[in-house]
Design a protein around this ligand. Structure first.
Ligand code: OOG
Ligand code: MG
Length: 260
C-alpha cells in the first residue's frame, strides 16, 4: 500500500463516520490489506482527528475476551485510540443518533501513571497503574451491518471506537483480586450480560502487557497519564435511545449512562 492509498482509505472511513453512512469493508477493495496497512490507516485517521483539535486520552484493547472473538468471528486482540471528544461523563448521556449502529459493552479501565513501552511484565503493568474503575465502551462500526469483517478491517476502523464512559471513582489496585471481580451489565434494570473479570485476557492486566507489545511493534508507547480500556468482558448489547445502562463491578463500584 502506498502512502496515498493509506490516506484515501482513512479519508473514506473518516467521511463515513462524519456522514453516519455505512460503507463496504475495505478488504472488498483491498483483499491483502493486512494488519500493518490497517494500523497505518488507523493512525492516519487519528491524525485527521488530532488535526481537527482532538486529544488522545486513552487507548483501548479489543477482542480480549473469547466471547467477543466468537461474536465477531475474529481471532486476536487489537487496539484503538480514544480521544477527549469520545469521552462521556459517568452518569451522562450517549447521543446514539451521532453514531450508525452503536453497541455497549462492560469493561474495566486502568489509569497508567508513567510511560510504558515494549515488553513489560504484569507486575510492571500493575506497578505503573494508579487506579482502576468500571467502564462502559460504546462501539460503532462504519461498516455495513457491523459484521462479517476481518481483523484488518476492524483495526483500520479504529477497532470500532465511538464513545466511552469511565467510573468517577478510581480505586488503587492493592488488595483487589483483579481477575475475580463479578461484573454485571444491565439495560433498563435487567441484567443482560454477566462475567467475571478474568474473561478479559485471562487477567485484565494482561491487556496492558499485550497493548504495550502491540504498540512497540509499530514504534509506539503507552504515554504517562493514559487511560486503558482493557477490553469487554462479554459480548456487546445494541444501544437504543432511552436505554439506561449500568455496569456493577463487585468490589469496585459502578458506572451508568443513558442513551438519548
Ligand atoms: C471490535 C472492538 C472490540 C472489545 O472490547 O472487545 C472491543 C468490535 O467488536 O467491533 O472493543
Ligand atoms: Mg471494547
Amino acid at each position: 500500500m502506498t502512502p496515498s492509498d493509506i490516506e484515501r482509505l482513512s479519508l473514506r472511513l473518516h467521511d463515513a463516520r462524519l456522514a453516519r453512512q455505512e460503507i463496504d469493508r475495505l478488504t472488498v477493495e483491498v483483499p491483502d490489506l493486512g494488519l500493518s496497512g490497517a494500523y497505518a490507516i488507523q493512525a492516519d485517521g487519528m491524525r485527521r482527528r488530532f488535526e481537527a483539535g482532538e486529544r488522545q486520552v486513552a487507548l483501548k484493547m479489543g477482542l480480549t475476551s473469547e466471547a467477543k472473538r466468537t461474536q465477531m468471528g475474529l481471532e486476536a486482540p487489537v487496539y484503538g485510540v480514544l480521544t477527549d471528544r469520545m469521552q462521556v461523563a459517568a452518569g451522562g448521556t450517549i447521543p446514539v443518533g451521532t453514531g450508525i449502529h452503536p453497541k455497549i459493552e462492560p469493561e474495566l479501565v486502568f489509569r497508567v501513571g508513567r510511560e510504558l513501552r515494549g515488553a513489560i511484565t504484569m507486575e510492571q503493568a500493575a506497578a505503573a497503574c494508579t487506579g482502576v474503575a468500571p467502564a462502559l465502551e460504546v462501539l460503532d462500526s462504519r461498516y455495513r451491518g457491523f459484521k462479517y469483517f476481518s481483523l484488518p478491517d476492524v483495526v483500520a476502523d479504529n477497532s470500532s471506537s465511538f464513545l466511552f464512559v469511565v467510573g468517577d471513582d478510581f480505586r488503587p489496585l492493592e488488595g483487589l483480586a483483579l481477575d475475580r471481580l463479578p461484573m454485571a451489565m444491565s439495560v433498563n434494570g435487567e441484567v443482560k450480560q454477566r462475567a467475571t473479570s478474568d474473561a478479559i485476557s485471562g487477567h485484565p492486566l494482561l491487556s496492558i502487557v499485550q497493548l504495550c507489545a502491540l504498540l512497540a511493534e509499530r514504534g509506539g508507547v503507552l504515554p504517562a497519564g493514559s487511560l486503558v480500556l482493557a477490553g469487554a468482558a462479554t459480548v456487546a448489547e445494541p444501544l437504543q435511545a432511552g436505554d439506561r445502562v449500568e455496569l456493577v463491578v463487585e468490589g469496585l463500584g459502578s458506572v451508568a449512562v443513558t442513551a438519548e
